[in-house]
Structures are given as structure tokens and as C-alpha cells.
Design a protein around this ligand. Structure first.
Ligand code: ZN
Length: 249
């Protein structure tokens, strides 16, 4: 089936989206043509990938080198008991393909590094940072800025979530490193050392998927920082600008 059209089966599968004036046939075809790179298939990457696969993103590339552990099952919703010990990328691909067999799912069972980052980001239309450490986030940011790719980044620790959308196609709007200067980062908090409320990752990963669709469909709200408190349900939206001292952008 050509990327230029939708099959009868696709018209039925995506009918509830085709009905929306914000999507329609043209929008659904844009989703079908889109290539999305997801870095980290953990608490954020799982819900993001599920919704992107379900909504008909034509090509997903999943990058992760971890294996499924019992502690992951509290929040990494693609994985089941029978996946314990398996590579996350392979287990994720099986589940996503069983949801939608009309899309392409590429898996890269490697840690993101200087060796593979440029080629991976270069081949994507849009990048989702679903990782859990600053080393990866800075690396992803660096290459998204230099290759002018839109970056949708999220994080969740304990009961607090953050979502950031960076439109690197334009210069001067500010990047991840403008917001989080390396010199100010203390030892990274993560789910392993601080814990996290399970559905908060669903909220934040689903927001990343929603912003991905917004970008592809031309409705993106870029260069915003959103913080979400899972206890009070308070959501704050802050616009940010470039840090003139940033080394990256
Ligand atoms: Zn910057």
C-alpha cells in the first residue's frame, strides 16, 4: 500500500480520528508518513509508543538496551510477566505489532551513544526523549539542535511530571540545555532512587504522544515547559527563551 493513500482497513481503523477536522484524511496520511524516534522504552516510552502505534504513526524506532525486570511492571505498561529477562525493544515490538500490524516498528537494542545518535536522530522527523538520565538527555538535545529536529522531552519523579517541547527547526528559541544547565544538576534523581507514582508516567508519556500528533498535524505549542503535580492536579505552563550562555544552541 502506498504511503500516499489509506486502505479501506485503515479508513475503518482510524475512523474516529478521520472524523476530526483537526485530523481528517490529510492529517491521517501525514501520521502515516511520519517517522518517530523514541529513546527509552520505559515508563514514558511505553505509553507514548502505544498511543503513537494506535494512532497510526507510520514508522516508530525504539531505542533501549535494557531487559525487562519485575520492578518495571509497576509502570512500564507494554511488558508482561512472560517478558521478564527479554530485551525491552523486542518485547515492546511484539506488543505494538499485535496492536497495529500496518505500521513499521524498528528496534535498536543499543544504548544511545556518540556512535549511533547522529544517524538515529537524522533519520527521524521527530524525537521523543523518554530516557531517565541527564547524560542521554544532553546527548539527545545536542543532536536535535544540530540536526534541527523537534524534541519532545518528559520526566517524572515521585509525584511530579515535566513536559518540554523544543522546536529546533528555528534558531534562538532555546533548547533543553538552556533550561537545565549541566553545572546546576545534582546527582540525577530517577525512579530507581526516588520512586514514582505509576499512572503519572502514563500521563506524561501520553502528553508526549499528544504533542507528537500536534506537531505532525501542525498544531504544535512549541517552546513550552509544563509541570504537572499528580497529587494536586496543578498544571503550570511556562514559556521559556534561549539562554545566551548556552553552549549548544
Ligand atoms: Zn540552549
Amino acid at each position: 500500500m502506498s504511503n500516499e493513500s489509506l486502505s479501506d482497513k485503515e479508513k475503518i481503523r482510524y475512523s474516529r480520528q478521520l472524523m476530526l477536522k483537526e485530523v481528517g484524511f490529510d492529517g491521517q496520511k501525514k501520521l502515516k508518513k511520519a517517522k518517530v524516534l523514541i529513546i527509552g522504552i520505559g515508563g514514558l516510552g511505553c505509553p507514548a509508543a502505544l498511543y503513537l502505534a494506535a494512532s497510526g504513526i507510520g514508522e516508530l524506532t525504539l531505542v533501549d538496551n535494557d531487559k525487562v525486570e519485575l520492578t518495571n511492571l509497576q509502570r512500564q505498561i507494554l511488558y508482561k510477566i512472560n517478558h521478564l529477562g527479554q530485551n525491552k525493544t523486542l518485547a515492546a515490538k511484539k506488543i505494538l505489532a499485535s496492536l497495529n500490524n500496518e505500521i513499521t516498528i524498528n528496534i535498536v537494542n543499543e544504548k544511545l551513544s556518540e556512535t549511533n545518535v547522529e544517524a538515529l536522530i537524522n533519520s527521524a522527523d521527530i524525537v521523543l526523549d523518554c530516557s531517565d538520565n541527564f547524560t542521554t538527555r544532553y546527548l539527545v538535545n545536542h543532536y536535535c539542535v544540530s540536526l534541527k529536529k523537534v524534541l519532545i522531552s518528559a520526566a517524572a519523579i515521585a509525584t511530579q511530571g515535566q513536559l518540554m517541547v523544543f522546536d529546533n527547526r528555528q534558531q534562538g528559541l532555546g533548547c533543553y540545555q538552556c533550561l537545565f544547565e549541566p553545572s546546576q544538576q545534582q546527582a540525577a534523581l530517577n525512579c530507581e532512587n526516588s520512586g514514582v507514582l505509576s499512572p503519572l508516567l502514563g500521563v506524561m508519556g501520553t502528553m508526549q504522544a499528544t504533542q507528537t500528533l500536534n506537531y505532525i498535524l501542525g498544531h504544535m505549542n512549541s517552546n513550552q515547559f509544563i509541570s504537572f503535580n499528580a497529587l494536586t492536579f496543578e498544571q503550570k505552563k511556562i514559556s521559556f527563551s534561549a539562554n545566551p550562555d548556552c553552549d549548544i544552541c
